[in-house]
Design a protein around this ligand. Structure first.
Ligand SMILES: C[S@@+](CC[C@H](N)C(=O)[O-])C[C@H]1O[C@@H](n2cnc3c(N)ncnc32)[C@H](O)[C@@H]1O
Length: 381
């Protein structure tokens, strides 16, 4: 077994959505990482093995954590193939395990990401075939080994995806209605809102309950990957099952009970309410998450509550005129019925901010899942 880059440097890369960098950095610090350096759509950081498993298991903000195997200058497809074959892939795979490759290529002689990914995959399966006449299968949905190839300005890096797939897929979303937000985005909203379960939280446009479920996990200290069945780090040659079991057991024992009425929400659509209940049922039995069918206009109002929500926006839901009217009415509702509360509103479309008729105290741009949105904070006096 050779020394791979992550072993000699103990350095990893966490990928996140644009605008979440400060939250990612904060989270890495809290989870024990060192030498954290922000970069484009992510952060580099150093961690020992124990800390690394802890980060992959608990991160709410990062969508991928990558362990680099090699980095090299790469000007052609041929050289990519040849260099990838220098790795002994039996360190990571056997014939009974499956693999997949994700690739991102930019500003390089190699132009096509998909093709570049295929070359890496070919180099791996050809190596097995030459040695054994057989090859491991590809499984793009649930691979045992997920590799990431990144080529930027003709510099290539091959990494193992330690989550084995995007970490935003927590595993609780068994049902959804239109326009659910990414779980990592909902977690970022809660972190920017600095909500830690001290004040009641309400989402009046809860949809399938992503914000509510993330709030539930956050308040109950439930590891973000609690329901995840496979992890990519299990395929690393130095994977230590004893250390991983200790980390997992300790984290699972640190969940805490959630007081009644702490986390609540509603939605106009009865299917949404059904979806929230189904999704909540996937999470551990540490408290309640109350949800009901209601138009926000019929709600009695909120005192001393943290409202975190993602109202409809024109791009995906409804037409712009309808959305404009709804936001104006929601602004009036906040002004008239929510004194003493704080509202955090994520607009999937930045042009909608002015429609609320309230001046935000601050705004934070966040891009995720194809949305170029903004989170605004309102203190309601
Ligand atoms: C952008 S979606 C929320 C998505 C949610 N954050 C999630 O992750 O699933 C907006 C939601 O507002 C709901 N909605 C629309 N008009 C409403 C109204 N007047 N009162 C309450 N909910 C409403 C829709 O049914 C939809 O589920």
């Amino acid at each position: 077994m050779s020394d791979y880059l992550y072993q000699t440097t103990q350095q990893y890369f966490g990928q996140l959505a644009g605008g979440s960098e400060s939250c990612g950095e904060q989270e890495l610090k809290a989870l024990g990482a060192s030498k954290i350096r922000r970069s484009y759509l992510g952060c580099y950081f150093c961690a020992d093995q124990r800390t690394l498993y802890n980060i992959v298991y608990k991160t709410r903000i990062f969508s991928r954590i990558l362990a680099p195997l090699i980095a090299f200058d790469c000007h052609s497809e041929k050289y990519l193939y040849k260099t990838a074959q220098n790795i002994d892939w039996s360190d990571f795979l056997t014939l009974t395990k499956t693999l997949a490759v994700t690739a991102n290529v930019a500003k390089s002689n190699i132009r096509n990401s998909q093709y570049a990914g295929r070359i890496l995959k070919d180099a791996i399966v050809d190596q097995f075939r030459e040695k054994t006449t057989k090859r491991p299968d590809v499984d793009t949905r649930f691979p045992d080994l997920l590799l990431n190839l990144y080529v930027y300005e003709n510099k290539a890096r091959i990494s193992v995806d330690l989550g084995g797939g995007s970490l935003h897929k927590r595993g609780y979303r068994t049902e959804s209605v239109e326009a659910p937000m990414q779980e990592t985005l909902a977690a970022t909203l809660l972190q920017l809102a600095d909500w830690n379960g001290e004040r009641p939280l309400y989402d009046p446009f809860c949809g399938s309950g992503t914000i509510l479920c993330e709030a539930f996990m956050r308040a109950g200290n439930v590891p973000a990957s609690y329901l995840r069945k496979k992890f990519g780090f299990l395929r690393l040659p130095d994977f230590d099952a004893a250390v991983w079991n200790q980390i997992k057991t300790k984290a699972n024992n640190e969940t805490k009970d959630i007081p009644d009425d702490l986390i609540r929400g509603s939605d106009l659509n009865p299917e949404a309410v059904k979806a929230v209940r189904a999704n909540r049922a996937e999470l551990p039995e540490i408290g309640t998450l109350k949800v009901r069918r209601s138009d926000f206009q019929s709600l009695e109002g909120f005192e001393n509550t943290v409202i975190v929500t993602n109202p409809p926006y024109g791009i995906r839901l409804g037409n712009t005129e309808q959305v404009t009217g709804l936001l104006k009415d929601f602004g009036d509702f906040l002004k008239q019925k929510c004194t003493g509360s704080t509202a955090f509103i994520y607009y999937g479309d930045k042009t909608l901010v002015k429609k609320l008729g309230l001046k935000p105290e601050w705004r934070h741009e966040l891009r995720a899942g194809g949305l170029d949105g903004v989170l605004c904070r309102y203190q309601l006096y």
